[in-house]
Design a protein around this ligand. Structure first.
Ligand SMILES: Cc1ccc(Nc2c(-c3ccc(O)cc3)nc3c(C)cccn23)cc1
Length: 109
C-alpha cells in the first residue's frame, strides 16, 4: 500500500518536472546526453553514470525502483552530472539549478 503511494508520488513529480511548462530549462534533461551530437567526446570520461528524466521515466514504468529514495537518487544524479560537466555560470548549468529548484519544491510537498 505504502509502496504504491510512494510510486504514485514519484510519477506525479516526474510528469510535472518533464512538463512543457518548464521547457525553457528542462529540455536538456529529458533525454540521454548525446556526446556525439553535442560534440563533447569527454562526457563519458567525466560522467561515470549518465542519467536523464526520460531514462528515469522508463525505469519507473519498468518497476526498476524499489523505493522512492532510489528514484530520488537518480533524479539527483541528473542534476549533479549537469553541475559537474557544465561550469557554474554556463547556460545549461543555470538550467539545471532552475529545474533543481522546481524539483525540490515538488519533492518537499
Ligand atoms: C560544448 C558543450 C558544452 C555544454 C553542453 N551541455 C549540454 C547538455 C548537457 C546536459 C546535461 C549534462 O550532464 C551535460 C551536458 N545538454 C545540451 C543540449 C541538449 C544542447 C546543448 C548543450 N547541452 C553541450 C556541449
Amino acid at each position: 500500500k505504502k509502496y504504491q503511494q510512494e510510486l504514485r508520488f514519484c510519477e506525479s513529480v516526474l510528469s510535472e518536472i518533464m512538463s512543457k511548462k518548464y521547457i525553457k530549462f528542462n529540455w536538456c534533461f529529458l533525454q540521454p546526453v548525446d556526446p556525439v551530437a553535442l560534440n563533447i567526446p569527454t562526457y563519458l570520461k567525466i560522467i561515470k553514470k549518465p542519467m536523464d528524466f526520460g531514462t528515469i521515466e522508463k525505469n519507473l514504468k519498468a518497476g526498476q525502483y524499489q523505493t522512492a529514495k532510489d528514484f530520488y537518487n537518480d533524479c539527483m544524479l541528473v542534476f549533479h552530472n549537469c553541475y559537474k560537466f557544465n561550469p557554474e555560470g554556463d547556460e545549461v548549468n543555470r538550467m539545471g539549478h532552475q529545474l533543481n529548484e522546481v524539483f525540490d519544491k515538488l519533492w518537499s510537498e
